[in-house]
Design a binder for this molecule. Structure first.
Ligand code: ZN
Length: 429
């Protein structure tokens, strides 16, 4: 179905009839001179008197298909590639854009981004091993319908040939491409290098990952700090422009001033409320434990087609709010300078009569309390890290935990825990 048609139908009915985060590499013309290619991070192209201005290059794996799709629509030179931010699923495909320009004998394209993108790209080189590992874990055996922050099992998190920005800005900038005017604004949200862009005459707003048709991805457990409240402020600033077409980098484009205003308001409100609730408890002296098990997002909010917690989830956002305003100490003094996990596990196993007792109890607890079951499964494995019996139980516990979770991030980590145990008991057989 046409993405705008599907978007309007889904928002207005509240019913999800088909997948909303589509990775088809298919192009749709959304308006005169505006096209989307739906992919791992979408790519948008705007026709201007100075050539095509494209927003996001998609990932390393999808970039070539995205360029092919764009070229089926227009053979005009691409003059500018805008990175909404420096995540691999938005910039990894840039080499395909460069290759296209070279093959067609076009001028090399200029790459426009926020000034922090450079530092991110440097960091990805320095922490390549870590980023490859966490991506394997994040998507651990879970086939992603979303493809956000794509890893693709690459040995390099970001291809060496990824284009560096040729021009950057700090807080805001206006650019003219012929008579097409684009206002760029920096805001922190998912990342510290994010921009959103507005074309006031057309009333088109390119929102990058500030809107992903999932609960805002402000909590990712394995990534650097994210900024929930600034994210909400950015959504409010977007709403002030009164766009009539909202063009996010994942999920569906949204049409209609009122519809867009409603979506932006609901997304901003849930983030503002979450920050308010967490900070209120922090100010009262609550521990992270108390806050995690108290603060909730209303279930009806999480049922909205554009706020489902299928990728990230509010509990992880709560942790990032805590980390932003508080630091990493969680308020439990034993965890300030803890004993090694193996020592703690061994001590408790000795007290209860062995690691297998812990493992059996972990399996039994799956019926009633999966959170607690996982604690006991970990303690058992720390106490007896080579026991096939213990790891068989632990794998079963984590597979069950994974099935009970909604978010891809939780599912990925729990699946990878199960796999870790499987390597122990399968190698014994
Ligand atoms: Zn993204």
């Amino acid at each position: 179905m046409d993405p705008l048609q599907l978007s309007t139908l889904t928002i207005d009915s509240g019913n999800i009839t088909e997948p909303l985060n589509r990775i088809t590499n298919e192009l749709t013309e959304l308006a005169d001179g505006l096209a989307i290619v739906e992919s791992f991070s979408h790519s948008y192209a705007v026709e201007t008197a100075e050539g095509l201005c494209c927003f996001d290059a998609s990932g390393a794996g999808s970039g070539p298909a995205v360029v092919d799709a764009l070229r089926s629509w227009s053979t005009t030179p691409i003059s500018t590639l805008v990175y909404t931010h420096g995540h691999a699923d938005h910039i990894g495909g840039s080499f395909a854009f460069a290759k296209d320009a070279a093959e067609r004998g076009h001028q090399p394209l200029s790459v426009f981004a926020h000034e922090n993108v450079e530092a991110r790209m440097d960091r990805y080189i320095e922490t390549n091993g870590w980023n490859v590992a966490i991506n394997q874990r994040q998507f651990g055996g879970v086939r992603s319908e979303m493809g956000l922050e794509l890893g693709e099992g690459l040995s390099r998190f970001l291809p060496k040939s990824t284009l560096r920005p040729t021009e950057s800005f700090s807080s805001s900038q206006v650019k003219h491409f012929g008579d097409t005017m684009v206002e760029f604004r920096h805001a922190r949200g998912e990342t510290d290098d994010h921009l959103w862009a507005y074309l006031p005459k057309e009333r088109w707003l390119f929102s990058g990952d500030f809107i992903i048709w999932n609960y805002p991805n402000a909590g990712n457990p394995q990534k650097v700090q994210r900024y929930a409240l600034e994210w909400a402020h950015a959504l409010r600033a977007m709403a002030e422009q009164a766009p009539t077409l909202l063009l996010p980098a994942h999920g569906l484009p949204i049409e209609g001033e009122k519809r867009i205003a409603m979506v932006l308001d609901e997304m901003a409100t849930t983030l503002e409320n979450l920050v308010r609730d967490v900070v209120a408890l922090m100010n009262e002296g609550s521990t992270l434990d108390e806050i995690l098990h108290t603060v909730r997002v209303a279930p009806e909010v999480l049922e909205k087609p554009y706020l489902r917690p299928l990728y990230d989830e509010p509990e992880f956002v709560v942790r990032n709010i805590w980390r932003l305003y508080g630091g990493w100490y969680d308020g439990a003094p034993s965890r300030l300078k803890p004993a090694p996990d193996a020592v703690l596990g061994a001590e408790i196993a000795t007290l209860v009569g062995g690691a297998t007792v812990l493992a059996e109890r972990a399996v039994a607890l799956c019926e009633t309390d999966l959170r607690l079951a996982c604690h006991l499964a970990d303690l058992a494995a720390w106490a007896d890290p080579t026991s096939a019996t213990v790891h068989e139980a632990r794998a079963a516990v984590y597979h069950q935990r994974r099935r009970s979770e909604l978010s891809l991030m939780a599912k990925g980590i729990f699946t990878s825990a199960a796999r870790e145990s499987e390597t122990v008991f399968k190698s014994e057989k």
